[in-house]
Design a protein around this ligand. Structure first.
Ligand code: ATP
Ligand code: MG
Length: 365
């Protein structure tokens, strides 16, 4: 099986992650995207750890609940993987056609993937000629441990579903942002350039940052191309655990406090969370900056459940010195108020960026 399907078949996006199973189905017409089906079913803590299915019974049950809620019209699924089991690298290989590279990729990957090549699924995408080296080309190489994908597929097939596309969270994130157009570098760059009466800055880079329960997915884009990707282990669960400790309450009470009474949380706990979060993100920005000093990151575009934390954009802006903005895919997706609680869906929009990006894999773009 290939990691990415290149066939365009209708799919629903299913994001199975630490805190929940999130399902989205969309339709696409001249008027744009419209929500067709949605479900967000919480998972018990530790049912999924580091992207590995630990409690398959709980995950299967949540999946059946999600399918019942959503009543989708397809059985095809686009799924996302992330975390340590996924390696994404831009590598340089001797210039070849896609067909030629197909038979070479295992050999090339062997030098770049820290796992036994037999144990991974591989995929690649040719980016183009390597700068100042016409004999080589840049290729995005993706490798994911087979057991991770096989486990997910088993759970999905037991629920009568067919996995037609396996994606990486960082790519789904990019797809959601590009397809919905909730952020376009060009218009902002052009607006800014016009306002200042200067040339459009083509070297601008921006960072898509999806902050979940355990994982931060980072994808830094430059000139419409992926320049840096990383999954880091930190997230909302760290904050929940700190609240639990400081206030001597249960995990679920701490989750509730976070979502409903954020201002009651001990300010020291919040300070520590923002401090850790910004240094985690700062590490990736530094890493990127070391090789891309001439293309500084000009915007942090936030999504994931933690993007719902009050003033997270202001905090990260102040701490990292880069303008931050929370993205909501439902700014550009129609949600019929006759069929759905449109306000509630819009309110949790930033948390649905990855499943939205997956759901869009079924359409020609
Ligand atoms: N309104 C809110 N205010 C603050 N935090 C929230 C809010 N809603 C959700 N969260 C937090 O966001 C996190 C869940 O985010 P998300 O759904 O993006 O993570 P996930 O995809 O399940 O996890 P991961 O990607 O790390 O595997 C949880 O820690 C949750 O407590
Ligand atoms: Mg997630």
């Amino acid at each position: 099986m290939k990691l990415f399907s290149r066939k365009k078949e209708p799919v629903m996006g299913i994001d199975i992650s630490a805190s929940a199973i999130k399902l989205i189905e969309l339709t696409h017409s001249k008027k744009g995207y419209e929500l067709k089906a949605i479900a967000n079913v919480p998972l018990p803590r530790d049912a999924i750890v580091e992207n590995t299915v630990i409690d398959s019974i709980a995950v299967s049950q949540a999946l059946l609940d999600a399918l019942e809620q959503a009543q989708t019209s397809t059985r095809n699924v686009a799924l996302a993987v992330s975390g340590n089991a996924v390696i994404i690298k831009v590598i340089q290989v001797p210039t070849a056609t896609e067909f030629e590279l197909e038979s070479q990729i295992e050999f090339e990957a062997d030098q770049h993937v820290p796992f036994d090549i037999e144990d991974v699924y591989l995929d690649f995408q040719i980016l183009g000629e390597t700068e100042e080296d016409p004999e080589h080309m840049d290729v995005v190489l993706v490798a994911c441990k087979r057991e991770i994908i096989d486990d997910y597929q088993l759970v999905l097939s037991e629920a009568g579903l067919q996995t037609t596309c396996v994606d990486c969270s960082v790519f789904a994130l990019e797809n959601a942002v590009e397809e919905t157009g909730v952020f376009t570098q060009d218009t902002t760059a052009v607006d800014a350039a016009e306002a200042m009466d200067t040339e459009v800055d083509e070297s601008a880079a921006y960072a898509l940052i999806n902050i979940g329960a355990n994982i931060i997915n980072i994808n830094i884009m430059r000139d419409g191309q992926m320049a840096f990707v990383r999954d880091q282990f930190y997230g909302g669960q760290n904050l929940t655990e700190a609240i639990q400790k400081a206030h001597a309450i249960s995990f679920s009470a701490a989750e509730k406090m976070k979502k409903e009474n954020f201002s009651d949380i001990d300010p020291n706990v919040i300070e520590e969370f923002f401090s850790n979060l910004s240094s985690e993100i700062g590490r990736s920005l530094d890493f990127y900056g070391a090789n891309n000093a001439e293309y500084p990151v000009q915007k942090l575009l936030l999504s994931g459940g933690c993007a719902l934390i009050p003033d997270i954009d202001v905090e990260l802006d102040q701490r990292l010195g880069i303008e931050a903005k929370v993205l909501n895919p439902f700014d550009n997706i129609t949600v019929s108020p006759k069929k759905f609680d449109a306000e509630e869906i819009k309110a949790m929009g930033p948390m649905l960026m990855v499943p939205v990006g997956l759901a869009m894999r079924g359409f020609d773009s």
